[in-house]
Write a protein that binds this ligand. Structure first.
Ligand SMILES: Nc1ncnc2c1ncn2[C@@H]1O[C@H](COP(=O)(O)OP(=O)(O)OP(=O)(O)O)[C@@H](O)[C@H]1O
Ligand SMILES: [Mg+2]
Length: 267
């Protein structure tokens, strides 16, 4: 690779996407340009989360020799998919790979990008300069607590990115400021993504409850998105009554109430 191209990529990170014909959105450019120590990004579905993570992983690997970049997602398949995006970006940029496997890529400068599944026991043994957790709200608490020590020796950076998934779990707590200090927070609702058309949004609104739509597209951490029971319903049911005080709350009534918005939208 010519020295001019190398300097261009190093100093203009959005090029990692642009050379593949993807003009980064403002938030994607920001994430590629900045090097926040801790970044937490809440996004609409199909905002380009995995794409920008792939770009960031490649740019960091390209810029920092001998760096270790770890990408974690809820499943191995998702992490491998993200690494396949890295591979495509590398090809478009003419960045040579000395190792090219489904779950890891190594550049000529010695930097390596690993794709791991979201299980606490699989993340031990790595010391990354950059850790990326894609679909972070869908990963378990024990994964997060197993991941953080990986950054202890390197002082590495962490990017956690996701669509929201209710007011529960580590992703919500960190976003809500109940955890560590020092997070840079970025919020990207569908309205900031020009690729998502109003026509598509109208169809989506008709196909799901307002609460689910808000979570999938409007960065809303509402409570009952994916559970069988709505947290508000559970709270309203009060302390669980003992059988001899009138029995247990009727779960079927709670379920019927939860389905009502969906049925209203569909009719
Ligand atoms: N800046 C961009 N310009 C054009 N297309 C883009 C851009 N960013 C992402 N895309 C495209 O948008 C689609 C969705 O991207 P991606 O899979 O990264 O989104 P996501 O937010 O991870 O989606 P999901 O919510 O399903 O995980 C892909 O086809 C990708 O190539
Ligand atoms: Mg994705």
């Amino acid at each position: 690779m010519r020295i001019v191209s190398k300097l261009l990529i190093e100093h203009h990170p959005p090029l990692v996407m642009a050379r593949s014909g993807l003009s980064p959105d403002v938030w994607q450019s920001r994430l590629l340009h900045d090097r926040p120590h801790r970044a937490i990004v809440v996004c609409s579905r199909q905002a380009g989360k995995s794409t920008v993570c792939a770009g960031k992983a490649l740019h960091r690997a390209f810029t920092d020799p001998n760096a270790e970049i770890v990408v974690v997602s809820p499943t191995q398949r998702q992490s491998t998919l993200l690494v396949s995006k890295v591979r495509r970006f590398a090809e478009a940029l003419g960045i040579e790979l000395t190792r090219d496997a489904a779950t890891f890529l190594r550049l000529t400068n010695g930097s390596t990008i690993y794709a791991l599944p979201g299980h606490a026991d699989t993340v031990r043994g790595y010391s990354p300069e950059l850790l990326i957790i894609d679909e972070a709200a869908y990963t378990a608490e024990d994964l997060y607590t197993a991941c953080l020590p990986m950054l202890a020796a390197t002082g590495g950076d962490l990017v956690a990115i996701s669509t929201p998934r209710g007011r529960d779990g580590w992703f919500w707590h960190e976003w809500n400021g109940e955890g560590a200090d020092g997070w840079e927070r970025i919020e990207v609702p569908y309205t900031e993504i020009s690729r998502i058309s109003e026509e598509f949004i109208t169809q989506q609104k008709a196909s799901m409850s307002a609460e689910r739509f808000a979570a999938e597209y409007e960065c809303s951490f509402n409570s009952s998105t994916f559970g069988l029971f709505n947290a508000a319903d559970i709270a309203a049911a009060g302390p669980r009554p003992l059988p001899d005080e009138g029995g247990l709350p009727d779960p079927w009534q709670i379920m019927a109430r939860n389905r009502a918005p969906f049925q209203a939208a569909a009719s």
